[in-house]
Write a protein that binds this ligand. Sequence first.
Ligand SMILES: Nc1ncnc2c1ncn2[C@@H]1O[C@H](COP(=O)(O)OP(=O)(O)OP(=O)(O)O)[C@@H](O)[C@H]1O
Length: 645
Amino acid sequence: MDSRLPKPSGIKRPTTLTKNILPMDRIKTATLGFGSKTASVSMCGMDILPPLARDLTNLPNSFRRERAGSPDIHRSSVTTGANRTKLRRSRSACDIRDIRAMKRPDISIAPIPAKTMRLVNSGVSNNAPASSFGTNSTVSKPPRIGNVVASSTAAVKKQLTRNPIVTKVGSSTSLRSGTANTATTTVRKGTSSTATSISTTGAGKTINKRIPPYDYKARFNDLSEKHQVLKAKYEEKCEQMSSLEGLPEQLEESQDQLFKTKEELKTVNIERDCLNQQVKSLNLKIDSLSAALVKTKEELTKLTENYKIVKEAHDIFHNEVQDLRAQTSYLTDENNILKEDLTACKEQLFRANMERKELHNTIMDLRGNIRVFCRVRPPLDFEQDKMLCGWNYLDESTVEIQSFDNRNKCVAHTFSFDHVFHPNSKQEDIFEMVSPLIQSALDGYNICIFAYGQTGSGKTFTMDGIPTNVGVIPRTVDLLFDSIKNYKRLGWEYEIRVTFLEIYNEVLYDLLSNEQKDMEIRMAKHNKNDIYVSNITQESVTSASRLRELMSMAKMNRATASTAGNERSSRSHAVTKIELIGTHAEKNETSLGTINLVDLAGSESPKTSTRMNETKNINRSFLSLPMLFWRYYRNRIISHTGIQS
Ligand SMILES: Nc1ncnc2c1ncn2[C@@H]1O[C@H](COP(=O)(O)OP(=O)(O)OP(=O)(O)O)[C@@H](O)[C@H]1O
């Protein structure tokens, strides 16, 4: 009979649950939980299966790291080969010898307790508590590792403190442990005397029965019973192991999931930090925008108030504008009426001006186209002590000159003039007499004003004057431009051109140019009564100041010298010619008038002359002057009467 228990087969060595992927704390926990039988037992609910679990739990670590599901091997390892050898020896020679020596006692084999049988048949429930040991429960799902380890460790410790290793033989708390311990004790005892079978009755009373060594059948039954129990436990452990085999994979998956979750958690934390930063910056923006909004509201309030004020002003202005528009409309109508009236007035004025022009020139003709005025200058400072000829101012047109003949007899000569100006006459009085001629020039007539007399008689003073008391020419310029302004209102536009000619020793000079030129006096082709000077500088002037400027320039270029009667005597004839070209665009009228202002050189007696040639030329020119006037009168008489002689 083979007493050796069948070696369990198909038991897989539990795989090492600690993998590299586990962190160190997990590795420790896993090693503690899965690498030890304590944890294995605890996981299977052995904390509530005290006897055998306690035994297994209290095994040394080195031993507990052995195969989890082979309690037989454990026991064989614990008892080592000594007990087994003892058993074999007891079953062999010693036992036989003992059997021979012993009497066969009456042995009543204790029946297998019913509770034990139920356990054998029903198996061991891993997760079931001790109170529900007989229920059929299987391990279908391993508990969570952490919880299992914690609970198992705690349960084992608790169990260890509550239930010491040395169990009370015959205790009814656990049939399996009681059976195992009893078997061990029986073997030990059996080596010296007989085997002992411990059984429990249905009432819970422990029944110790000794199995004589020779009672192989009883021992066999006993061992079979133990074998069944252990086999059931073995199968139970196998099932537990098979269920636990999937735990590493689950653990790995859980770890992967955990790492993924951690990575996601990190990402979420980073995103959360970013969002927090964004929230902070947005809060700052909100604060600044809120402040700006408050300012804007204040400004808006001010602007609204200003808008109300401006709107009120606008309404007032709008009403005023409406009134003004009405007035403008009324005034526009009035203006149109006035325009029509103005046009009619202008027409009447133009016609009246033309009539005035005719009347004016008729008066000029009646007064005489050639008028001669006489001006007696006062004696100069150096003449106060000199013997001067006497004169009498008979009336405003007659003067009597007294002189002595060869017999020193006083002779009186009476001269008649258009007007005689006594020495107290002013420059304004002289100009008042000649100014109507300026009007004639603007009306398109040619006029000539010249001063004639002996040297030092006051010709230049009368024509040019002095800066503090200007003469005829400057006053003519002022009157000319004032009249042009007035004529502009009547629709006349005038262009003024001036030339300055000097005749010195019968030679022509351009007083506006210092160049040597060939200048001649020529008659106009279209009008034989009109003459012009060739190659002379002609300037267009638009202002009186410019004309005066040109006059001063010409005066500077004029030849002067000292004579017996005048320290600065003009030794040439100076002719200032002013052309007035008037146009009336509306009436398509034009007018061309000329003003010739002549300051003749002073005649001088050959007796007192120091420059005889110059004096001859001057006096010769004066001889032509009566001839000139004679020709003029003859032409006018012929034109009026047709009589040639
Ligand atoms: N009416 C006057 N009242 C005061 N001073 C006068 C008057 N007429 C001329 N004189 C003075 O007499 C002097 C000579 O006059 P002015 O030069 O005009 O003579 P003139 O006839 O031009 O001589 P000439 O022919 O030699 O140039 C000047 O000093 C001038 O100031």
